[in-house]
Design a protein around this ligand. Structure first.
Ligand code: MG
Length: 386
């Protein structure tokens, strides 16, 4: 079997979902999805020339060929690896279809047949204790047993006067100090969530790389009574020593990984035991086999793996296949609570039931696109696999 073409269709959900199809001379077509980012779809079109004519079964070799063909070993990250991830996912779907078996069988077989999911709740409807409590309760009523809120970047224009929140974060691209007022607001919001859902529901909190090292340690200590599942991305991804200092001084688990690429990007976090939990994004970090290699490296250090996920059902289910095959899995993200047609994008949903995704038993990914829904939400400037 030979690869004959690679095409894309970019869908505009709450993120850009870049669908990838890999075509063959035997008529089989593999379906994947790449993480969003500037230029990713264009890069996938350039990857086409690297994989056309190749045997699609040689996935690990093709991964290396794509890495070296784009910018060379050791210099690859960002949009290039996200694009490669989308093609890699499609190759696994193709291989599973060719061999008539689900992807999880090809990755070593399953530890589990369903994957536990946590619901991302963002900043809530607005950053008030009542709104966060309501948002949390809503997720629990839909069957989730774990949720996550964003405690960074709380709008200082709306709350600065009352809480003395210091402007900073994403808008300024800096790590800003957490004022006493901002700390009070964060603690009030988290307390309201805990009061709403009780202690048995797992609760993670995301900082989106916004705070400085010392304040992250203080924040972690203040949050200890709330039994937090993890504090995510306290400091930026560039400095492993800094996040290790936070982890070593934090009474609650520290988690990171979504902005690291390939096993080489995650390696320093793992071998230095700089975090308690790693959370790569599979259609961004390099794909299913790369994520499995990262999971196995982490497992040697008894570091569990969660999965960051903002994808459509395609990459979400693909990630579930991989997660079912690793020993140290704990939980996976779902970021589509507010996208009413998230389930409809793939035939066979709803995909999430009582906070779990049951992995399809069909060959390959086991999921096919609902083409009408894809066409209805094509991102301007993209096309339907043309
Ligand atoms: Mg995050």
């Amino acid at each position: 079997m030979k690869i004959t073409d690679v095409r894309t269709a970019s869908v505009q959900g709450n993120f850009e979902w870049i669908m990838v199809r890999v075509y063959t001379d035997e008529g089989l077509v593999g379906l994947g999805e790449a993480y969003w980012g500037a230029g990713v779809e264009t890069i996938i079109h350039r990857l086409r020339d690297i994989v056309v004519g190749e045997d699609p079964h040689n996935i690990d070799y093709l991964f290396q060929k794509m890495i070296r063909g784009m910018s060379g070993a050791g210099s690859t990250g960002g949009a290039v690896v996200a694009a490669i991830s989308g093609v890699e996912l499609a190759l696994w779907d193709l291989k599973g279809k060719a061999l008539n078996t689900p992807i999880y069988n090809l990755l070593g077989g399953r530890y589990r047949s369903k994957i536990r999911i946590y619901a991302d709740c963002g900043h809530g409807r607005e950053p008030t204790p009542a709104s966060w409590a309501e948002r949390a309760q809503g997720a629990v009523e839909r069957g989730f047993t774990a949720i996550k809120f964003d405690i960074d970047n709380i709008d200082p224009k709306r709350f600065g006067d009352q809480f003395h929140v210091t402007p900073g974060g994403w808008a300024q691209g800096q790590q800003h100090p957490i004022s006493n007022g901002e700390m009070d607001l964060i603690l009030q919001l988290v307390a309201a969530v805990r009061e709403s859902i009780g202690m048995k529901i797992d609760l993670a909190l995301d900082c989106h790389w916004n705070f400085n090292t010392r304040d992250c340690i203080t924040l972690a200590r203040e949050l200890e009574p709330f039994r937090i599942m993890w504090l995510e991305d306290p400091t930026p991804p560039d400095n492993v020593d800094a996040i290790k200092r936070v982890t070593d001084n934090s009474p609650i688990p520290i988690c990171t990984g979504e902005n690291h690429y390939t096993r080489h990007g995650l390696r320093p976090l793992i071998v230095n035991q700089a975090v308690d939990i790693i959370q790569p994004d599979v259609p961004k970090v390099g794909g299913l086999l790369e994520a499995k290699k990262i999971a196995d490296l982490a497992d040697i250090y008894y570091i569990p793996m969660a999965a960051h996920n903002v994808s459509s059902p395609i990459a979400t289910v693909a990630t579930c296949h991989m997660l079912s095959t690793i020993r140290n899995f704990i939980i996976m993200e779902f970021h589509g609570q507010d996208v009413t047609w998230w389930d409809d994008l793939a035939i066979g949903g709803p995909w999430i039931s009582d906070g779990y995704i049951t992995i399809p038993d069909k060959p390959g990914l086991g999921v096919e696109l609902n083409e009408d829904v894809v066409r209805a939400h094509i991102k301007p400037g993209s096309s339907f696999f043309e």
